[in-house]
Design a protein around this ligand. Structure first.
Ligand SMILES: Cc1cc2nc3c(=O)[nH]c(=O)nc-3n(C[C@H](O)[C@H](O)[C@H](O)COP(=O)(O)OP(=O)(O)OC[C@H]3O[C@@H](n4cnc5c(N)ncnc54)[C@H](O)[C@@H]3O)c2cc1C
Length: 340
């Protein structure tokens, strides 16, 4: 690294040290809130994406910027015995054209999945498909994507975003599932940190839904979400038990346990063993590049494992949420800086 580049990196290094000091002084929860706030700030996005170092850190969590990179990653994961869900990065678009471009890209992605013969479905965010402009626009874009998925025998899962759009997201999902008739093609995500989720899960179980359970990745107010991690974890275990219960499976529920938390994974395995739940009735899900050791161990133990593989140029908010979840990733950021 040249002296000039070293000097340019100094503010970054100082910011990381400051952040680490911040964790020790105020606790990780504060840093998490600050990082999640930064994930929405366009000034921070412009600043950070400008640096090649940030792009390098993003590579740990993102398969690449082009569709081919995602398909190569999917193929490698399939060869290791893992299923995949591909995510074309992007969220909170503000123009109909951007929403249409994302929709067309995802339709092309479905075609490429078929052409490449990889075992992958697709995750989408409604805010990438126009939710912030109008719920009708987002619903219509997903409908067109689902038509393509149906033609190709594939499936789409709608990711869950901030709590302010939970009700609308569930409403759009239900319309696509029940009124427009994509019941076997569309899945949904629930977040264990929200108080409302238990009642949502009961409704989803009744409908025999295809559900992913995660803890939740956004900064939420204590008015709507558990503030303490232990409460979110307890809720996760409770919801997991509901979702893989005999009653839920009899209704046709297929659950994805999305977590890297060994305690949540062990609780799931204990429940599965206690109730003789077939391994084909549920799956574990993890994010690309996170806890690869655990991913491989679960496959070796005979469990279904699906990896969420994001790709695309809009990696900034996704990367910052991953840093927020696990502040130790800031060390990774810092060590890359030192190694340059
Ligand atoms: C397949 C998948 C799909 C998801 N979809 C959504 C969604 O639609 N909506 C939503 O709000 N959230 C989603 N999430 C994110 C999720 O809500 C959590 O924010 C994230 O998974 C971290 O929680 P955890 O369950 O892994 O447990 P945590 O308690 O946060 O972490 C447990 C352990 O996992 C490891 N770990 C966790 N995160 C990281 C990380 N970023 N880097 C390195 N190690 C880490 C660490 O060892 C940590 O100690 C998804 C997660 C997965 C795995």
């Amino acid at each position: 690294m040249t002296e000039k580049k070293k000097l340019a990196s100094l503010p970054f290094f100082a910011a990381i040290l400051l952040a680490i000091g911040f964790v020790y002084r105020f606790g990780a929860q504060w840093l998490r809130s600050v990082l999640i706030m930064l994930s929405h700030a366009s000034w921070a996005r412009k600043l950070i994406t400008h640096f090649s170092l940030a792009r390098r850190v993003a590579q740990r969590f993102v398969a690449g910027e082009q569709i081919e990179a995602a398909l190569v990653a999917a193929r490698v994961l399939n060869e290791k015995g893992m299923l995949v869900t591909l995510d074309y990065l992007g969220e909170n678009v503000t123009t109909e054209q951007d929403a249409a471009d994302a929709r067309d890209h995802i339709i092309q992605l479905l075609q490429e999945i078929k052409n490449w013969g990889v075992d992958a479905n697709v995750s989408v965010k409604l805010s990438q498909l126009g939710l912030r402009i109008s719920p009708d626009l987002a619903r219509e874009n997903v409908r067109l994507i689902l038509l393509k998925a149906k033609e190709l025998g594939n499936k789409i899962r709608i990711d869950m975003e901030e709590s302010e759009v939970t009700a609308t997201t569930l409403q759009i999902y239900r319309t696509l599932r029940d009124d427009i008739g994509f019941a076997h093609r569309v899945g949904i995500v629930v977040q264990s940190y929200l108080y409302r989720t238990e009642s949502d899960v009961h409704e989803l179980i009744n409908a025999g839904a295809w559900i992913r359970l995660c803890k939740g990745a956004y900064a939420e107010s204590p008015d709507v979400a558990f503030a303490k991690k232990s409460d979110t974890d307890a809720s996760y275990v409770k919801l997991m038990k509901l979702m893989i219960s005999d009653g839920a499976r009899a209704k046709g529920v297929y659950a994805g346990m999305a977590t890297h938390d060994e305690k949540m994974i062990q609780a799931t395995i204990d429940e599965v063993k206690a109730h003789a739940v077939p391994q084909s009735d549920f799956e574990f899900q993890m994010l690309y590049g996170i806890r690869r050791d655990l991913q491989e161990q679960l496959v070796a133990d005979g469990y279904r494992v699906r990896i969420y593989v994001p790709y695309g140029t809009a990696w900034y908010p996704y990367m910052v949420r991953r840093l927020a979840e696990h502040p130790a990733n800031l060390w990774f950021f810092a060590s890359n800086l030192i190694r340059r």
